[in-house]
Design a protein around this ligand. Sequence first.
Ligand SMILES: [Zn+2]
Length: 59
Amino acid sequence: MTAYEFKCKDIGMKCGFEVKGASSRDEVTQLAAVHAKLTHGMQSIPPDVAQKVSSSIRG
Ligand SMILES: [Zn+2]
């Protein structure tokens, strides 16, 4: 089974947030969205950021 990973710093944030062991890209995206809202104050994810997140997911 593939585990997907994402690091907030990979999209240029000075932030130690990481997703590890997610079971799907959707799960990573969802966790990142919640994190962005709570930690970075983004009420919604702008398309360019969503694009960066998507291309930074490793799995
Ligand atoms: Zn972050």
